[in-house]
Design a protein around this ligand. Structure first.
Ligand SMILES: *Cc1c(COP(=O)(O)O)cnc(C)c1O
Length: 420
């Protein structure tokens, strides 16, 4: 069971909602820090351990600064994400550049920053070399284990995924790197998304440790790091159990000792690039009920829409809902909770049992701290909401203002229209 609580009292939340118009995203700094520390502690046995926060989950420099403070790096897959990391003060090997279908200039920028460059395909070795004039000192490859590893609903099956090298290509690729004089190597995979089974991550580590031992034996190269990717899930539903990071850390330690150190490979750094489990549970979308509507079903109309949180519409994902002030009221009403887009899938919940709702009620959508605000869009003229950070002392810092109509029109030239 995972408890779905609010990050502050109901009175505080109502007070915040009088200072910032809803909808807004609210992040809990204290909980994010505690969670980051828990992850670090679970891997404290590995000297070089680091989580590179997957920027795409919550690309806000204030959140990234909090995580930098806790020793995390950034996992980027585009130039804007690299630039955001630079603004936060992250650089060099605190950045993992795990991209795919990458333009040359993004490789160049990543190499100039001294980032860890993680290649998605064997043809990118020469592409990178050509783009940069020479290969960087350190190169990492992304492995796609294909049918060796079952996938899950969000990321699909590895053999159908566009990412990564085949096993044969890995051997060929590292041989080529060695010939070209590269001396520092990393290996990466990312085969799960929102996975809740701790054994899955231990099995992934075993797969990579065995592969590294083989590459080491066959090619005589030693690896500086292994990047086990992200994909640690969060319990969106209250009846689900979160991933026990201590079990994952201990399982990976055992495998590391037996399969790498035991096979004569020197110590290497364990990296993760988790995003969802770092900020997801500690971000809340706060929204006000505009209308109640009773037709063939009972509908709740919110001032937020799928532009603020797309996951339910995109994946049919469950997000728990708290009706502020009605935590103890019986959930004896069945509602479709909707936004205002002219799209019928703009629903946060379908046929959800909730306490009786009236216009003006404040609703909190839980677990919106990853792929929430980040997936926002402007379709139908919808504006992205503000992002607020609840500080450890209980104060609130606006970490991104809400978009305005001027922002929406910023790429249009109405002077040109007048003369058109
Ligand atoms: C999305 C992504 C991650 C982060 O995944 P989470 O599920 O947020 O942990 C890490 N690495 C790569 C390459 C990704 O695409």
């Amino acid at each position: 069971m995972s408890e779905k609580t609010l990050p502050c009292t109901e009175a505080q939340l109502r007070d915040i909602a009088t200072r910032w118009p809803t909808p807004f995203h609210l992040y809990d700094e204290k909980a994010i820090r505690a969670n980051a520390r828990r992850m670090k502690a679970a891997f404290a046995w590995n000297k070089g351990f680091r989580n590179f926060f997957a920027v795409k989950a919550a690309p806000n420099p204030f959140l990234m600064r909090v995580l930098k403070d806790e020793g995390f790096g950034a996992d980027c897959s585009s130039l804007p994400e690299l630039l955001l990391s630079e603004k936060v003060g992250l650089d060099g090997e605190a950045i993992m550049f795990t991209s795919n279908d990458t333009p040359a200039e993004e490789f160049v920028h990543a190499v100039e920053m001294g980032a860890n460059v993680n290649l998605d395909d064997i043809s990118h070795i020469e592409f990178l070399e050509k783009a940069c004039g020479k290969l960087p000192e350190l190169v990492c490859f992304r492995y796609n284990p294909g049918p060796l590893k079952g996938g899950n609903a969000i990321i699909g099956k590895p053999e159908e995924a566009k990412y990564g090298f085949t096993r044969e290509q890995l051997f060929e690729g590292y041989r080529l790197l060695k010939e070209k004089g590269v001396k520092r190597f990393g290996l990466h995979t990312m085969v799960a998304s929102n996975e809740l089974n701790p054994q899955y991550f231990i099995d992934t580590a075993i797969l990579l440790f065995d592969l590294i031992a083989e590459l080491h034996a066959e090619l005589g190269i030693t690896f500086e790091f292994v990047n086990l990717g992200g994909g640690i899930g969060i319990p969106y539903r209250p009846e689900q159990e979160g991933v026990n990071l201590e079990i994952v850390g201990e399982g990976i330690r055992k495998a590391y000792e037996e399969r790498l150190i035991g096979k004569g490979h020197p110590e290497l750094k364990i990296y993760l690039e988790c995003g969802r489990c770092i900020t997801g549970p500690y971000g809340y979308l706060v929204s006000t009920v505009r209308h109640l509507k009773h037709t063939y079903r009972d509908y709740v109309g919110m001032d937020a829409c799928m532009a603020n949180l797309m996951r339910p519409a995109l994946y049919g994902a469950y997000h728990h809902i708290t009706v502020v002030g009605k935590a103890d009221a019986p959930a004896d009403h069945i509602y479709d909770v909707t936004g205002s887009l002219c799209e019928n899938n703009d629903k946060f919940a379908i046929q959800r049992a909730l306490p009786e709702i009236v216009p003006g009620d404040l609703l909190v959508f839980h677990d919106a701290g990853a792929h929430g605000h980040a997936m926002g869009f402007n379709y139908n003229g919808k504006l992205r909401s503000a992002e607020l950070l609840l500080r450890e002392d209980g104060s609130v810092t606006e970490i991104r203002r809400a978009e305005t109509i001027e922002d929406l029109f910023a790429t249009l030239d109405f002077n040109k229209l007048a003369a058109f």
